[in-house]
Design a protein around this ligand. Structure first.
Ligand code: AAO
Length: 512
């Protein structure tokens, strides 16, 4: 019995579900393809003042430079070494970003690409973003170093060496994902090199990792390199803090590999959340918002304390990974804001907000032929800075969804209602729904095609509140709709189906 308890305690110690965001900060934002210099500025001028807990950054490790097509965003998922220079910046800029963000209480989460190196057809030369030599054909990466011994070629049993069938877990773990050279994670040497890379980042001060392509690694092999990780840097984190781990596993059901196999290592990306919430808000397949009453585990999603959730990610917003037409993105702003508002108001999961760049989307025969287009850049391929317009939106092709008033204010809403129970659900059996978070916040949606006029019990103290969707509280006045709550906690809500944003959100920090 004693031994069992000790084992259980050890298990809990290394499995990392806690994002270590500062108290009262409950979401992170993926600043996809941003430069380190811009992220440092954004932490100081925007993320910290608005209560964001952290930033998921694009992979910082040296990658191959691809020129055909011209500098696609996905070249960064083809590492050639673990040196820290990429289109986002060099190591000095990386360190500067981590320090400055941590100093204002915004933590950095690294996208770690450790399942593989570059594609088999990547050739050879000094074509990495730090100028490192590599040879994809001989599987030689001297800047790590990795050599042919460190890859899975012998282990993969398919004729092509590629993953041919997702119904065979051995192929998925031991063969190449879209020709990417598959590291032999059963080898202690390979595990040690990966841990060395991650520990280097931990020492610099990062708070955790998104682990790319986790489905393509055996959970036990991942545990082996995660067990080698240090505690977080005590300059910013309390002693004994372990890095936050969230594993990218696409499990929409229908394949033998399940997200649950990875729960022992940390959190897992919940792709069903993205696909299903999009379907509901779009009202496809007979779905309606009333069905969201038992959103979460009740919908077959993984346990809330294991889930990393999002409305869209950098893959599925452009048809990569488990794309699917139901996924909502900034291209459908009205529905996107509603979905993001719902996600941030609802207690399920740890939330990640997407922040994208614009690209010339062009559907031909149902497929976006420009799904590869990289971040806004100059002719020489360097990434353009993020500029900020007078109205606080971004320029230079950066979409900055996280700066949209409705989304930013819902990030704050989530912080205000943190720890409060899901309460006072109401629905009209169609697409008008409302719910609260204890006595701290309340949100109402009208996704029907008719006017909404309803008295609802909010659970909030009496008073006048400012809707943080149509506006916000500024000083002592409200730039948006005002909501009057009576002594009984009841308020009247009227939302036109024609409204720019057909939802209203109030919380105790926006009380007038
Ligand atoms: C590029 C080129 C390739 C070339 C390669 C090497 O596009 O043609 O062979 O370089 O030269 C990104 C890009 C890739 C890019 C790669 C490397 O997306 O296009 O390849 O960088 O530059 C799988 C993985 C998942 C992965 C996702 C894209 O399981 O881990 O594919 N995501 C991560 C990153 C991603 C990155 C990589 C991994 C690689 O986020 O940005 O790739 O580092 C099924 C499986 C999924 C599988 C998808 C797609 O999904 O379940 O596990 O994701 O297929 O293959 C229904 C099903 C759903 C199914 C889906 C699609 O929805 O319900 O389960 O259909 O069939």
């Amino acid at each position: 019995m004693k031994i069992l308890l000790v084992l259980a305690a050890v298990g809990l110690c290394w499995a990392q579900y806690n994002p270590h965001t500062k108290p009262g900060r409950t979401s992170i934002v993926h600043l996809f393809e941003w430069r380190w210099a811009d992220i440092a500025l954004e932490c100081e001028r925007y993320l910290a003042p608005n209560g964001f807990g952290g930033v998921q950054i694009s992979p910082p490790s040296e990658n191959i430079i691809i020129t055909n097509p011209w500098r696609p965003w996905w070249e960064r998922y083809q590492p050639v070494s673990y040196k820290l220079c990429t289109r986002s910046g060099n190591e000095d800029e990386f360190r500067n970003m981590v320090t400055r963000c941590n100093n204002v209480g915004v933590h950095i989460y690294v996208d770690a690409v450790v399942n593989h190196m570059c594609g088999a057809g990547a050739g050879s030369g000094n074509g990495g973003t730090c100028g490192s030599y590599f040879n994809a054909q001989t599987e030689d990466f001297p800047a790590v170093p990795f050599s042919g011994w460190d890859f899975n070629d012998g282990k993969c049993k398919t004729g092509s060496g590629e993953i041919e069938n997702y119904n065979d877990p051995y192929q998925v773990r031991d063969c190449r994902l879209v020709s990417l050279l598959d590291l032999a994670l059963e080898k202690d040497y390979v595990r040690s090199k990966i841990a060395e890379y991650m520990n280097y980042l931990i020492d610099i001060g990062v708070a955790g990792f998104r682990i790319d392509a986790s489905k393509h690694m055996w959970p036990g092999d991942m545990k082996a390199f995660l067990d080698k990780l240090k505690n977080l840097n005590t300059q910013w984190f309390s002693s004994g803090s372990k890095p936050f781990i969230y594993q990218e596993v696409i499990d929409l059901g229908g394949e033998p590999i399940k997200s649950s196999e990875y729960f022992g290592n940390g959190r897992v990306t919940e792709f069903k959340y993205s696909a299903k919430l999009g379907t509901v808000i779009r009202k496809w397949n007979g779905e309606k918002m009333a069905y969201l009453r038992n959103w979460g585990e009740g919908w077959g999603l993984m346990p809330s304390d294991k889930a990393l959730v999002f409305v869209d990610n950098h893959d599925n917003q452009r048809g990569h990974g488990a794309g699917g037409a139901s996924v909502l993105t900034f291209w459908d702003p009205r529905q996107y804001k509603m979905a993001t508002g719902f996600m941030l108001a609802h207690p399920y999961g740890f939330t990640r907000v997407m922040s994208s760049f614009w690209w010339p989307r062009d559907f031909q025969n149902g497929k976006d032929i420009n799904d590869w287009v990289g971040p806004p850049s100059f002719e020489d391929g360097t990434t353009k800075p993020v500029t900020v317009n007078p109205d606080t939106t971004c320029g230079n092709g950066w979409v900055c969804e996280h700066r949209w008033r409705q989304i930013r204010n819902m990030v704050i809403f989530r912080n205000v209602v943190d720890g409060q129970p899901f309460s006072n659900w109401w629905d009209n059996n169609s697409n008008q729904v409302a719910f609260g978070r204890g006595n701290k916040g309340f949100i109402v949606f009208n996704n029907d095609d008719w006017y909404m006029n309803i008295n609802l019990n909010t659970g909030l103290p009496a008073g006048t509140y400012c809707d943080v969707i149509s506006g916000q509280k500024e000083g002592n006045h409200c730039t948006g709709i005002q909501v009057h709550i009576g002594a009984d906690g009841v308020a009247n809500f009227q939302i036109s189906n024609q409204a720019e944003d057909p939802f209203i959100a109030i919380h105790v920090d926006a009380k007038l």
